[in-house]
Design a protein around this ligand. Structure first.
Ligand SMILES: [Zn+2]
Length: 274
């Protein structure tokens, strides 16, 4: 299911993935000034292709290599002969056949390999200049894309929601916080998030997310200092049972937030004591 609408000169392509009659995920791709930002998942390819076929497109920017953002990249490369750009750390992942777990294949489809080029520090679309900002944490090849003249910012999966409750096993809370801090040094207003869509007051919500994570770090460290285990801290701070934990067989879990915060704290203490 696809919905298409305009916000601040950006075509928002809102995709809803339905599996077994239930909503399995929301995912956006965006198009502005002849530039596609993230391509949507392979499961929505049959609905996305007619939209791409009706558009004049010069290039594709990928905020990171996850399959819900890159699933139709191979089609765009083969059928529209478009150049695709990603952070240099994502180039080899894009060239590999699908290596991610079954539950992600089921939701987002099988991403075909494609050849991406390493992105530079800036990007030129037809009439506009964009700044590329490296923002690791959710993924090590993650970038944000900023149009400084208008304050429009594409944030991939850095925002998603203000109060993060579950993360993937290889995400880093401290890197996510540093990436948000980096973004907040820039002048921007509207955020285009690949799972939450267009957010008019995006900068405020980014600030709120950072404050939430800072507070969470303090809570985790405090509970750890009182002698609680990772499991006990997890149960106290995140008592709800999120279905994604079971569906993903633990690739997503609230306890990864606790372990990420504690392992980064341990690393910091070790470095201090050297
Ligand atoms: Zn992602």
């Amino acid at each position: 299911m696809i919905d298409v609408y305009e916000r601040e000169g950006v075509t928002c392509i809102e995709g809803k993935v339905i599996k077994s009659g239930r909503k399995a995920g929301m995912i956006y791709s965006f198009l502005t000034d002849g530039m596609v930002i993230d391509t949507g998942p392979q499961t929505l390819e049959s609905e996305l292709i007619p939209i791409y076929e009706n558009q004049s497109i010069d290039l594709v920017i990928l905020t990171h290599s996850h399959e819900d953002h890159t699933g139709t990249a191979a089609w765009l490369q083969e059928n529209r002969n478009l150049p695709l750009y990603i952070h240099e750390k994502g180039v080899s992942t894009c060239a590999e056949p699908c290596t991610y777990p079954k539950y992600r294949q089921h939701t987002w489809g099988i991403r075909e390999p494609f050849k991406a080029q390493p992105i530079g520090e800036t990007v030129q679309s037809r009439h506009e200049d964009w700044r590329v900002i490296y923002t690791p944490g959710h993924a090590d090849d993650h970038i944000a894309l900023l149009h400084e003249n208008t304050g429009r910012l594409f944030t991939g999966d850095l925002y998603v929601m203000p109060k993060t409750k579950v993360i993937m096993q290889n995400e880093s809370i401290s890197l996510i916080m540093n990436s948000i801090r980096t973004l907040l040094t820039y002048d921007f207003e509207a955020v285009f998030c690949c799972h939450a869509g267009y957010i008019k007051n995006g900068k405020n919500l980014m600030k709120q997310k950072l404050e939430y994570l800072e507070h969470l770090c303090e809570e985790v460290k405090h509970l750890h200092n009182t002698g609680l285990t990772v499991t006990e801290i997890d149960q106290q701070l995140f008592p709800k049972n999120y279905p994604i934990i079971e569906i993903s067989e633990g690739e997503w879990d609230s306890r990864h937030i606790v372990t990420s915060i504690l392992s980064e704290e341990k690393l910091r203490n070790e470095n201090f004591s050297i």
